[in-house]
Structure formats: C-alpha cells, structure tokens
Write a protein that binds this ligand. Sequence first.
Ligand SMILES: Nc1ncnc2c1ncn2[C@@H]1O[C@H](COP(=O)(O)OP(=O)(O)OP(=O)(O)O)[C@@H](O)[C@H]1O
Length: 226
Amino acid sequence: MSPLLHARDVTKTFGRTQALRGASLTIEAGEVVAISGPSGSGKSTLLHCLAGIVTPDEGEIHYGETRLDELDEDARTRLRREAFGIVFQFGGLVPELTAEENVAVSLMFGGAGRAEASETAREWLDRVGVGDCASLRPGELSGGQAQRVALARALATEPTVVFADEPTGALDSVAGEEVLGLLLGVARERGATVVLVTHDNRIAAFADREVVVRDGVVTEVPAVTR
Ligand SMILES: Nc1ncnc2c1ncn2[C@@H]1O[C@H](COP(=O)(O)OP(=O)(O)OP(=O)(O)O)[C@@H](O)[C@H]1O
C-alpha cells in the first residue's frame, strides 16, 4: 500500500533564500505527525508543499497515487477542497463574514446548498464549543474562539488530511491545548491524518510521531528521545 503523503527530495527557493534543500517525508493514513524545528528552517514551506499550496522547484509530492506537484492549479484547488482541511496560526477567517458563514462557505465550495451548509456549520460550531458565536464576525471573537471557528471550518468538510500551521501559536497554553485536543479528538475519531507544524515541544508530544526540519532538510526524531 502506498503512503498517504510523500514528499521526495523537495527543494524550494524564494528569491535568494533556499527554504527547502532536499526535504523528504512519508506519512501514512491516520497518522498524526508534528513537524518541529527552528524558526525559518522550512517547516511551513514543507507543509504548504504537502498541502498543494506551494509548488516545489524540484522533487515530488505524492498524495496517494496522485502526483500533487504535477497537477494544474484548478485540479490542485479541487483536491484541496475535497480532501484537505487547513488551519493557520491566526485562523485566516474572512473578516466580513460571520462565524457561521465562514464555515458554511467552505461547505458550499464543496457543493452543499446554502441551507444544508448553514445547518452543518452550526453543528460544527457547537461541537467545538462556539455555537453561541455563530452570528459574530471574526473581529468580535477572542483568539481562542476564532481558532475554534477556523477548526470547525477545516473539519466540517470531513477532510482526509488536516494541515495545521502553528494552530495554537497565537493562543495561551490552556486555550492552545484545548484547540489541539479538539482537533486531535475529531481526527482520531474519524481516522483522519493530521500534519501539524509547531515549535512547541508540548504540542509536538501529542503527535504519534515528530520530525524536525533543520536548514530545509527533514530528520526523524527517535521515539526514545521524545
Ligand atoms: N513567500 C515567501 N517569500 C520569501 N521568502 C519566504 C517565503 N516563504 C518562506 N520564505 C523564507 O523561507 C525560509 C523558510 O520559511 P518557513 O516559513 O518555511 O520557515 P518556518 O520553519 O516555518 O519558520 P517559522 O517557524 O518562523 O514560521 C525563511 O527564511 C523564510 O523567510
């Protein structure tokens, strides 16, 4: 059986900065993998390559049998909407839309009708503990509430893979662990795969496996040192 996600010898350069210098990583279906490492080492770039947001200069990205890096932009966008949920450090919510609309829109992109999308959005907001914030806009939410809405948006489409880039980075440690607990609880219940970028050892400890990115290259962290 092929792995769910596989990056092979990936390089990516931005201007004169070589963010990835031959990064390889294999992730099996249902795994929760933390990507840690120093600031600027290439963690987010690797996550973005795996999620089909950034195209590598060289190397390969496989999602199951699909070569993600060879798909055109439309096909990659379709795949992201169908199979991936993405959570960013600052939520990335649309400021003009209410919490409910932020979640509903991602469901409507996937083909749901407005009424069905609104109902599912409300269920997910309830599930992550912010049902009473449904009609508020992101500017009216606390950081922890906004991140829960972002989580509801990422999970509502029932993705195969959830990519999370420092999802707890803007929160205090209690709120951060609550958001992470919700994410991992839902993912483990559904057998979803989670790829999580974090520089926080306590957060990485919740993962099944931790890898470290240093100078654009991935190294495995042996289980005994965790
Ligand atoms: N879009 C971009 N344009 C220019 N440089 C970029 C871009 N994205 C990343 N970089 C650079 O590539 C390098 C790796 O960045 P990346 O965000 O992947 O690191 P990181 O390990 O996630 O860092 P941090 O923990 O600080 O978020 C950095 O030097 C960064 O400045």
